[in-house]
Design a protein around this ligand. Structure first.
Ligand SMILES: [Zn+2]
Length: 482
């Protein structure tokens, strides 16, 4: 079956140009003009963007008495409405559960439920004796990224364990991704506030202020340098951390920084609002200076990927213990709103669109080994495509969104630009803002690159040539260099 996306402007990490996109068997077969088609998708006046790769979501996450309101089915459908065609979620082993079994269990939860493609990264929450064997089995199951926590009692590893894991993963083509906060400092300050009965949402920020992230990032970068295992920092929320990571890159370290929209649009001041508990997330939102530093980091190319940390709890769940920040489930919904929010700002600031698709699609695909199947509109890539109307003005309202949650942090935000149509591997999921998908067709995308590390070989796993690499771009400079 031949599908043609007609009349749009294609945006790639290295340039924007008017072209039709020819799709055959779910794969991009050409960019050009004049093809006939079985299925036509109108992109007149629109941008044609690569589907977003959201490298950080939590669907159906259980935490204590709470389970997120979005599971793989509802969250992935909402993702598609937002132009996200690949999501990366996590497997957290239960007590004594081997890592590979946790991975298999989580993959089974996503299978046949996910409307978009997905991968699962494995959380290492203890350093058992059998860790090397379990890691090896995960790698055989296609895992190329492992998640570590420095925060959260019960999940976090101590420095010795972290260093052990980093050395273990080095040379296996795998990378670690970390939540970087100094847990001891956070727990100490938290306990002090609890003793004083000072547990408002704002005290969440006061008990995990800027320095707890700065310290942990500095420490982890040193451990990374000594171990040589690539490291990806989840949800960076401070300017100092961003600069530390940048400095490490300049010295040849393989370190990557992710930012999430909520840290770009909010500060800890929202915690003082009556509904401040809604916005509680971990790490806490920080001060205005940090927020501006993150934008500056985006402008200067210091950020490698945008992920949402999508973690949806209903208004009731968030507000149940609003007076005690220690009991409020942390996280905010956002998988559906990334593209319009960022596009609006990009347009206002006059920033190049190439950079936007690099941050939301190309670079996360490179880092996590999904490129060139994902991450760019080019021959041989999966036809994961967003037709985006850059002119439509609209206002975000939770009622009109598709996430299974009754509020949005961005309620009332005015956006310019809206997702019109979305294709996953050539199949239309969303057309003119209406759902066209049928039974879930999301597949797991395992890293295609040898070693999982985005190293271009020009060949797909089956051995066929899959198209030219995107080269000659400053965007890829830090990706697996050195
Ligand atoms: Zn997260």
């Amino acid at each position: 079956m031949r599908t043609v996306i007609r009349g749009g402007t294609v945006v790639t990490p290295v340039g924007c140009f008017p072209a039709d996109v020819l799709i055959e068997d779910g794969v991009i077969a050409g960019l050009g003009r004049g093809w006939s088609a079985d299925v036509e998708v109108d992109a007149g006046g629109c941008l044609v963007l690569p589907g977003l790769v959201d490298p950080h979501v939590h669907m159906g996450l259980r935490t204590g008495e709470f389970t997120t309101s979005d599971d793989f089915a509802t969250g992935s459908r909402a993702a598609a409405f937002g132009g996200v065609t690949t999501i990366i979620d996590f497997a957290a082993p239960e007590e004594d559960e081997p890592l590979d079994r946790a991975l298999a269990r989580r993959l089974a939860e996503a299978e046949n439920r996910c409307q978009v493609d997905y991968d699962v990264h494995v959380a290492i929450n203890r350093a058992w004796d059998s860790l090397p064997q379990e890691v090896q089995r995960c790698i055989e199951l296609g895992a190329r990224a492992f998640r570590l926590y420095t925060a959260y009692p019960g999940l976090r590893l101590d420095d010795g364990e972290i260093y052990t894991v980093l050395r273990l993963l080095k040379g296996k083509g795998a990378l670690v991704r970390v939540h970087a906060e100094n847990a001891a400092a956070v727990e100490t300050m938290k306990a002090e506030f609890v003793r004083e009965g000072a547990t408002t949402p704002y005290h969440h920020y006061l008990s995990s202020p800027e320095f707890v992230e700065e310290e942990a990032v500095a420490r982890l970068l040193l451990l990374q340098r000594e171990s040589g295992c690539p490291i990806y920092f989840n949800h960076i929320s401070t300017g100092v951390a961003l600069r530390l990571i940048q400095q490490a890159k300049l010295e040849g370290q393989r370190a990557y920084a992710e930012v999430c929209p909520q840290y770009l649009f909010f500060t800890a001041e929202v915690y003082r609002r009556e509904d401040g508990a809604l916005y509680l997330a971990s790490p806490a939102f920080k001060g205005e200076r940090e927020r501006l530093e993150l934008w500056r980091g985006l402008e200067r190319g210091m950020v490698d990927a945008v992920g949402t940390d999508h973690c949806s709890f209903t208004r009731e769940q968030k507000m149940r213990y609003a007076g005690d920040f220690t009991r409020v489930p942390k996280g905010v919904p956002g998988v559906e709103t990334t593209l319009p929010l960022l596009f609006t700002e990009w347009r206002r600031r006059g920033w190049p669109l190439e950079e936007l698709v690099a941050l939301t699609s190309y670079r996360p695909s490179r880092i996590f080994g999904l490129y060139p199947r994902k991450g760019a509109i080019q021959p041989g890539a999966d036809a994961d495509i967003v037709v985006f109307d850059p002119e439509e003005e609209w206002e975000i309202g939770a009622d009109a969104l598709h996430m299974n949650v009754d509020w949005s942090p961005y309620q009332g935000f005015k956006c310019t630009g809206k997702v019109k149509s979305v294709l996953l591997r050539g199949r239309v999921l969303v057309e003119d803002g209406r759902w066209k998908g049928r039974k879930p067709m999301g597949q797991r995308v395992t890293p295609v690159s040898p070693g999982g590390a985005g190293e271009w070989t020009g060949r797909d796993p089956q051995g066929g040539i899959v198209g030219p690499p995107v080269r000659g771009t400053k965007l890829g400079e830090f990706i697996w260099a050195g």
